[in-house]
Design a protein around this ligand. Structure first.
Ligand SMILES: Cc1cc2nc3c(=O)[nH]c(=O)nc-3n(C[C@H](O)[C@H](O)[C@H](O)COP(=O)(O)OP(=O)(O)OC[C@H]3O[C@@H](n4cnc5c(N)ncnc54)[C@H](O)[C@@H]3O)c2cc1C
Length: 334
């Protein structure tokens, strides 16, 4: 354990997704709090970076259109300007209150101490749902992918995308002009994806196979072909390809948070309008949070607002004389 980890921080944020990064800016920049961020992955941005880095987002206030990875980078820059300590590849596995109301966070690397904690953990650590087909799993990272980190990796390739949700359809549309050939394989005839995207898909050069499922992956050292079958007629087809991108959603594992003694609302941590959980000094915001007496909107804008509320409430918790209102950033010398 390094010396630094023994220091007691004012606030420790779990997760460097958009909510956690904005909270880090807010705590360090707007409220002058000694701030630490613990992120399980080796990158910042959460879903923005891992799930849809190359897609445009249209509903962030003030940005008519912003590329997901650009927004992640700007959030990181905005937070970093105020020098919070951001530690990557460090997953929080336990939270408990110790003497004097200090909160102890145990990670897979060490122990951290904080007066308050903001949980901005999204859906928990990312675990992509798999097909459960050993012939496919043996080509993981050798042609079989669960995330698209850099779309240019697929330039000129023949790709098969599997799934029927927004991620699958959006990646098919996004990669169709870069890839040499794009297939979309989905086990149902109906799609869960946005209706407009599905219409665009059927008018695009993407070869859509429904209701088809993956039977087998084939290749030597790398993936070379995928055998699919029609689950109504049994008809089989072999598609020669360089890559298969599985977009089957993510397994949500919130068992960790339940073990910490947090009151849950389904898969989310229950919070009140002040973003307080049932544990004093512990707050939650963004996708992981569910506010009683409100509507759950798993969107960036909701996470940003909750991050601001949680940080201001946390500031007042450790310094009851301080105002909840942080002042206007436009009137400060930041
Ligand atoms: C395909 C797709 C398109 C979308 N499009 C839009 C859109 O157009 N507009 C919009 O507003 N929203 C959109 N969203 C939703 C938006 O991305 C989420 O609402 C947002 O990412 C939530 O941010 P967050 O920081 O709360 O959680 P996340 O982005 O999930 O980040 C959570 C972070 O916490 C980390 N973490 C989890 N557990 C731990 C732990 N135990 N220890 C340490 N770190 C941990 C994770 O690794 C992750 O980095 C979209 C989502 C998807 C999947």
């Amino acid at each position: 354990m390094g010396e630094k980890t023994l220091e007691v921080y004012d606030i420790t944020i779990i997760g460097a997704g958009p909510t956690g990064l904005f909270a880090a800016f807010y705590a360090a920049g707007m409220r002058g709090m000694k701030t630490k961020v613990l992120e399980a992955l080796d990158v910042y941005g959460g879903q923005l970076t891992v799930l849809y880095p190359d897609k445009f987002i249209y509903d962030v206030a003030g940005f008519p259109k912003v590329l997901s990875k650009d927004l992640a980078r700007q959030l990181y820059e905005q937070a970093s300007a105020y020098k919070p300590e951001i530690l990557f590849s460090e997953k929080v596995i336990n939270l408990s209150r110790i003497d004097g109301g200090i909160i102890e966070l145990t990670t897979d690397k060490g122990v951290h101490f904080s007066k308050t904690v903001l949980i901005a953990a999204g859906h928990g650590a990312f675990t992509p749902r798999k097909l459960g087909n050993p012939s496919v799993e043996m080509f993981e990272n050798k042609g079989v992918y669960y995330f698209v980190k850099d779309k240019w990796e697929f330039k000129g390739k023949r790709i098969v995308i599997v799934g029927g949700g927004d991620s699958a359809v959006d990646w098919a549309l996004n990669l169709k002009d870069i890839a040499r050939e794009t297939y979309l394989v989905h086990r149902r005839t109906e799609f869960r994806a946005h209706e407009g995207s599905v219409i665009e898909l059927f008018h695009s050069p993407v070869k859509v196979l429904v209701p088809y499922e993956v039977k087998e992956a084939r290749g030597n050292n790398r993936l070379e072909a995928v055998k699919v079958f029609n689950n109504k007629t049994g008809e089989e087809q072999e598609i020669e390809c360089d890559a298969m991108i599985l977009q089957l959603g993510h397994v949500v594992d919130v068992s960790l948070f339940k073990k910490w003694g947090l009151e849950m609302d389904g898969n989310a941590i229950k919070i009140n309008g002040r973003c307080e959980t049932n544990i004093p000094g512990v707050y939650a915001a963004g996708d992981i949070a569910s506010q009683t007496d409100s509507v759950k909107l798993a969107l960036l804008v909701t996470g940003f607002a909750q991050a601001a509320i949680a940080v201001n409430v946390a500031k007042n918790y450790i310094d009851p004389k301080s105002s909840y209102f942080p002042g206007h950033s436009s009137e400060r010398r930041m």
